[in-house]
Design a protein around this ligand. Structure first.
Ligand code: NAP
Length: 748
């Protein structure tokens, strides 16, 4: 096995790609000797002058003689001739690789020359480059951060593969392997087709009579779209001929797409046009995140860790309207999609979780315009209008999406798989799967803990006559489970009745009524009868009390504070945080109460107060379940001891919120003891320190507010998920008086 630095590396072809690799080898000292052959003597002379090669040869056989590694970096159509020429000069140990943009024809060339592809040949393709070509265009860092696809064959020598992988890793490329066929099919769509379209568009316009004017007035869109038409014509000529079949297939698919657009434009079919455009816009972003496996709308710099730093002290003042309620935003998309007619939503929370729900319905064929500054227009398809999505539904970090969608998908005539990011993939999904199975649903969760991915086999259930209504006593209070079952009940035969052991959020019931669906509520029991219809409506989403909670706590604990939170949703199932803070001695005033779309709304004034520790009343626990992280901060700033019990639910949220909060409080010097179903916190003086949020948005925002009473800076790690529920948290918090800043760190 060859060791680095290699004794000799040989290139055939020293253009953009070859010379970039030669530069890299030189810069990093990866080869003792570099030889090369090219078409022209001039290229070799330039390469010598630049110090890229030790010696150049006219005949490629001379260049590769004695080499440990040969890199073929000339146009793909020359491959067979070059292989024939070098064959006699290669030793049995020489590893050969190439950089060609197509792989099928390169492998076919090797087969034609050797009879069977040598085990020491590792076909490769760096997905990096530019429109420039030639030996002068190369750069040593051309491949850094880009993908390189290797397409080894079943009998490729693992040592040869490893050598080539190491080479690309040295170039700081991200190495992937796939089959030759897959490579050619994927590249035909993602690279070859776009180049073909760019060449074609520029050529078509250039042949039109007023071409000069057209190009003179060309807008940015034209320039962006046609940048790649400046690429090397000969290289692309070779690529299209070399990857003929896959390119033609991709072109067929594209033509079908433009035909559909043509028809829609001809017949003035704006629904179809909007559908295509909104799906395309969203898909572009969606795929990026899906591939990265990140939370739904995380920024492109996902490898960097987002860190908050809070300077100690400060007071909170002003009037704030926090973003729209997450639960209501989710449900507005779901019910709006399933309704007949157009639903207009305002105040929609443009956070990652609700956007994941929105994308899921787009994937199932619903036309959704926006979101544009909180406005969304949903073209409902009716209860039986959803279509099978083209692939798995990716819901990022959103447990609400996954659990509520389970109920909806269980009743559809098609099968679906739901996936999520790393954090969601650890959360239990059996608690919703179980009752749905009692209704006849076929649902599979993964692993012993019943986590995502979740597969829902709707078609099998339909074949057996569909879901049937059940009477279900929920073992654990959970709004998500209740909602999932009730939503499935829309399609079930007969009545679906759910009884909860403790009150949970009733947004689903309220909104179903808002969409004209009959829902019977009697104490803890809700009943819905399948077979009705939802009628589109307008929804003005109230500000989220869960987001307001951070400010209610902040206004209470920071000295000399007075804050007004506007248009906050005060649904009776959500007001635990207000009741608990009041019980702790908080100075909160709820005023200007009104009702908006079935949901009660009010403004809340909060002033600083000396809080005292309490035993949190059991009946308030489900009403404040998401607000406990911030309430724990209030408890840390209170006089005396606060005891929470009956909140085991907190252990299976975005993080184990009991343990993670306890760890953070202890870091800040507070005595906090987790128990099985709660926590005991003794109020005291808060110091500074570094908090690990475990990617949990509510943990991050809670500790941010703790800075108001800390004696030293608090650094909070892993904060990117704050955008899941609270876009512009930093901006709002700063405007009110919190000294918070954000920075990035390479994640480890
Ligand atoms: P380039 O800059 O045009 O360089 C091509 C090199 O190959 C030149 O050194 C040329 O020699 C040499 N060459 C041409 N015909 C030859 C022949 N018959 N025998 C020996 N050498 C010959 O092209 P490139 O961008 O580096 O592309 C090289 C390969 O990389 C191609 O297979 C291409 O598909 C692949 N690739 C390109 C990109 C990209 O964006 N450019 C990206 C990924 C992969 P002279 O200089 O002496 O004329």
């Amino acid at each position: 096995m060859s060791r680095w630095p290699l004794r000799q590396v040989a290139f055939v072809g020293l253009g953009l790609i070859g010379s970039s690799l030669a530069r890299l080898l030189r810069e990093r000292g990866l080869a003792e000797r570099i030889t090369a052959s090219s078409r022209s003597a001039r290229t070799l002379a330039t390469a010598r002058q630049l110090g890229l090669i030790d010696i150049g040869y006219a005949d490629p056989a001379d260049a590769v003689r004695g080499a440990d590694l040969v890199i073929l970096a000339m146009p793909v159509n020359a491959t067979e001739a070059v292989m024939r020429a070098i064959k006699p000069a290669l030793s049995a140990q020489t590893v050969v690789t190439d950089v060609g943009s197509t792989k099928g024809n390169v492998v076919a060339a090797a087969q034609a020359v050797w009879g069977r592809v040598p085990t020491t040949f590792v076909p490769g393709h760096p997905i990096a480059g530019s429109e420039q070509s030639g030996v002068l265009a190369g750069r040593a860092n051309l491949f850094a951060g880009h993908k390189v696809i290797l397409t080894p064959l079943p009998d490729t020598d693992p040592a040869a593969l490893q050598l080539v992988e190491t080479l690309w890793r040295q170039a700081e490329a991200d190495v992937l392997t796939m089959s030759v066929e897959k490579h050619d099919a994927v590249l035909a769509r993602t690279s070859h087709l776009p180049h073909l379209l760019a060449f074609s568009l520029v050529d078509t316009l250039a042949r039109e009579s007023h071409n000069l004017d057209i190009f003179r007035y060309a807008a940015g869109g034209f320039r962006d779209f046609t940048r790649i038409a400046a690429s090397d014509p000969l290289m692309w000529h070779d690529i299209f001929l070399a990857n003929r079949e896959a390119v033609l297939q991709a072109l067929d698919g594209f033509e079908a797409g433009t035909d559909a657009l043509r028809q829609a434009i001809t017949s003035g079919d704006s629904e179809t046009l909007l559908g295509i455009f909104t799906r395309a816009r969203a898909a572009r972003e969606h795929f990026t995140h899906m591939l990265a496996g990140t939370a739904y709308a995380k920024s492109m710099t996902a490898e960097k860790e987002l860190i908050y730093t809070v300077q100690p002290g400060g007071r909170m003042t002003g009037r704030v309207r926090v973003p729209g309620d997450k639960s209501i935003s989710h449900r507005s998309i779901m019910l709006g999609s399933l309704a007949d007619g157009i639903t207009d939503v305002t105040g929609f929370l443009e956070g990652e979780d609700a956007l994941a729900t929105l994308q899921a319905f787009r994937d199932m064929g619903v036309v959704i315009e926006g979101p544009e500054r909180g406005r969304v227009r949903i073209h409902g398809v009716g209860l039986n209008g959803l279509k099978a999505p083209p692939g798995p539904l990716y819901v990022g970090n959103s447990g609400t999406s996954m659990r509520l969608l389970s109920g909806i998908l269980a009743a559809q005539a098609f099968d679906t798989v739901m996936t999520g990011d790393a954090s969601l993939s650890k959360r239990p999904m059996e608690r919703i799967a179980k009752p749905l199975r009692l209704m006849g649903a076929e649902i599979q969760t993964t692993g012993e803990r019943g986590t995502p991915p979740v597969s829902v086999h709707g078609s099998a259930v339909r074949a057996k006559g569909g879901l049937k209504g059940i009477t279900y006593d929920m073992p654990v209070a959970s709004a998500q489970v209740k909602s999932g079952v009730l939503l499935a009940g829309l399609w079930a035969d007969g009545d679906t009745t759910v009884t909860e052991p403790a009150p949970t959020r009733d947004h689903t019931e309220r909104m179903l009524k808002g969409f004209g669906y009959d829902v019977q509520v009697s104490g803890p029991t809700v009943t819905i009868r399948g077979g009705g219809r939802l009628t589109a409506t307008a929804i003005d989403v109230p500000a989220d009390i869960s987001s307001a909670a951070f400010f209610l706590v902040a206004g209470s604990i920071a000295p000399n504070s007075e804050l007004v939170l506007e248009h906050v949703g005060i649904n009776p199932t959500r007001v635990g945080v207000i009741n608990i803070l009041k019980a702790m001695g908080g100075d909160l005033e709820v005023f200007n109460e009104r009702e908006v779309g079935g949901e009660p709304v009010a403004d809340i004034r909060v002033r600083s107060a000396q809080l005292k520790g309490i035993r949190i009343p059991q009946d308030q626990v489900p009403l404040a379940i998401d607000e406990f992280p911030s309430l724990f901060i209030a408890a840390a700033c209170a006089e005396g001891t606060t005891v929470l019990t009956g909140a085991e639910e907190l252990r299976v949220k975005e993080s184990d919120r009991i343990q993670v909060m306890a760890d953070g409080l202890v870091t800040l010097g507070i005595k906090a003891e987790p128990t099985e179903d709660g926590i005991v916190i003794e109020g005291g003086k808060l110091g500074g320190g570094e908090i690990i949020s475990h990617g949990d948005h509510r943990i991050a925002m809670s500790f941010a507010m703790a800075g108001l009473r800390a004696s030293a800076p608090i650094v909070i790690r892993d904060c990117a998920n704050v955008a899941t529920s609270f876009p512009d948290f930093l901006g709002l918090a700063r405007r009110c008086g919190l000294a918070i800043s954000a920075g990035e760190r390479e994640s480890v």
